[in-house]
Design a protein around this ligand. Structure first.
Ligand SMILES: Cc1cc2nc3c(=O)[nH]c(=O)nc-3n(C[C@H](O)[C@H](O)[C@H](O)COP(=O)(O)OP(=O)(O)OC[C@H]3O[C@@H](n4cnc5c(N)ncnc54)[C@H](O)[C@@H]3O)c2cc1C
Length: 416
């Protein structure tokens, strides 16, 4: 089949790769001059199935109220005159029950654990290199109450197939000696040995090369502006000045997907959640971690990417704005320098902001739509790289009419 993939972020590129491997004739369209230049550019760098607990949980509304107006708030809701933002917020609140949270955790884990396996298979098959580290992810806690809540969550995740071992502070330091400097702050940790880290942007570029070698055409610098439909079929995609036709189309435009598909009547509650990253050159400093870390309480992640330390976090529900705000990046840099005082020179840090395509239930949207040749692969929120390979493989199977290796139940847009 002739297939159009819209979007060359990590999700679009992996979709294109698996579609080409399934024997299709694939063209990828993106408005940027290359792959992975928007949200997939400088993210936290973690393949973290262990981070699958959804943002919406029973304790979240109280936390959001507590964090209102704080510069270091892990999740900040900036109220705007934007109907989509309010509708998203209401759906988010409806997902804050224990029952919904359990269902959503299972759905995210289903995709994330499968995706980790697909990534491993891709690595074994192709030898793809991207500053990969397979030393697991260590979640650390400095607040006794947060740690207390993390222990049953870790047990529940282990039962769902994502091992998270509970650790003492000494055991945390044994896994990551760079934590010795802040040992007295720690009250405990959990460790997921199967999680990984690496550079998502390099990964996206390399998968694009592999896809190109498998016959995928990439058309950069082309903006998609609309669709034409007839009955239950998509008939054309308006891309720049051209009307492109294909047998099927996969939309992977990240946070921008809902703005386009709503023109053909698809209501998709994906909203941007802005996050920031700070990249510190290690430059011979001895105190940077070499195991990927998540500070669960502050929602900050640390990944060692060769001779750089990537530190990322915070979420702002504030619309389509990618301005890098100093008052939001400074607390991330300060947190890094407090946990790892000799990790690098803070004066050489680089700052970045990106828009996570986020659903109110934290579950991605992967699957068919009311148009039988139009598919969605988006809404991966905080775990887009973690879930990219699995989502790409799943959408390739669904488009090809093959039985997927995991159940697609509860993943498509009809759940809203
Ligand atoms: C601070 C931060 C830290 C993160 N940390 C992690 C992490 O550690 N692990 C993890 O798994 N995930 C992480 N994420 C999430 C992850 O980065 C995203 O979920 C993922 O990058 C989304 O990929 P995507 O391909 O869906 O979107 P994008 O990468 O945004 O790709 C969408 C593409 O569509 C193109 N596009 C949009 N509109 C149009 C149009 N009209 N016409 C043509 N092209 C268009 C864009 O140019 C872009 O290339 C983090 C995100 C942030 C912001």
């Amino acid at each position: 089949m002739k297939i159009l993939v819209l979007g060359a972020g990590v999700v679009g590129v992996t979709s294109a790769y698996y579609l080409a491997k399934a024997g299709h004739d694939v063209t990828v369209i993106d408005r940027q001059p290359g792959p992975g230049l928007e949200t997939s550019f400088a993210n936290g760098g973690q393949i973290s199935a262990s981070h699958a607990d959804p943002w919406a949980g029973p304790a979240t509304p109280a936390k959001i109220v507590k964090w209102l107006g704080r510069a270091d708030a892990p999740l900040l809701y900036r109220f705007r005159a934007d109907l989509a933002q309010w509708a998203w917020g209401l759906r988010f609140l409806r997902n804050c029950t224990a029952g919904r949270s359990r269902i959503n955790t299972e759905r995210v884990l289903r995709v994330a654990v499968y995706s980790r396996d697909c990534l491993r298979a891709l690595r074994a098959e192709t030898g793809i290199a991207y500053d990969h580290l397979g030393k697991g992810i260590l979640h650390v806690y400095s607040d006794p109450r947060e740690f207390e809540q993390a222990v049953p969550k870790a047990a529940a995740m282990s039962e769902l197939g994502c091992i998270r071992k509970v650790l003492t502070p000494q055991e945390c330091v044994a896994i990551e000696p760079a934590l010795a400097a802040s040992r007295d702050e720690l009250v405990g940790g959990t460790f997921s040995p199967d999680d990984e880290s690496g550079d998502a942007h390099v990964f996206t570029g390399r998968v694009a090369e592999l896809a190109g070698a498998a016959g995928v055409q990439f058309r950069y610098g082309v903006t998609v502006t609309g669709f034409a439909t007839e009955g239950d079929r998509l008939t054309a995609v308006q891309a720049g000045s051209e009307r492109l036709t294909a047998d099927a189309c996969v939309v992977a435009l990240g946070s921008f997907t809902p703005l386009l598909v709503r023109r053909i009547g698809i209501r998709l509650p994906v909203y941007p959640a802005k996050g920031y990253s700070v990249t510190i050159p290690v430059d011979g400093h001895a105190g940077a971690p070499s195991v990927a870390i998540i500070d669960d309480q502050r929602k900050i992640v640390y990944s060692r990417l060769g001779q750089r330390l990537r530190v990322a976090g915070t979420a702002e529900i504030a619309g389509y704005d990618t301005t890098v705000r100093e008052e939001r990046t400074r607390p991330i840099l300060n947190a890094a320098m407090r946990l790892f005082p000799d990790c690098g020179d803070p004066g050489k840090a680089e700052f970045w902001a990106g828009l996570r395509p986020t659903t109110p239930d934290s579950v991605p949207v992967i699957g068919p739509t009311r148009y039988r040749n139009l598919f969605l692969n988006t809404g991966h929120g905080t775990l887009g790289w973690t879930m990219a390979c699995g989502s790409g493989r799943l959408i390739a199977d669904l488009v090809s009419g093959r039985a997927p290796e995991i159940s697609p139940e509860g993943l498509d847009v009809s759940r809203f």
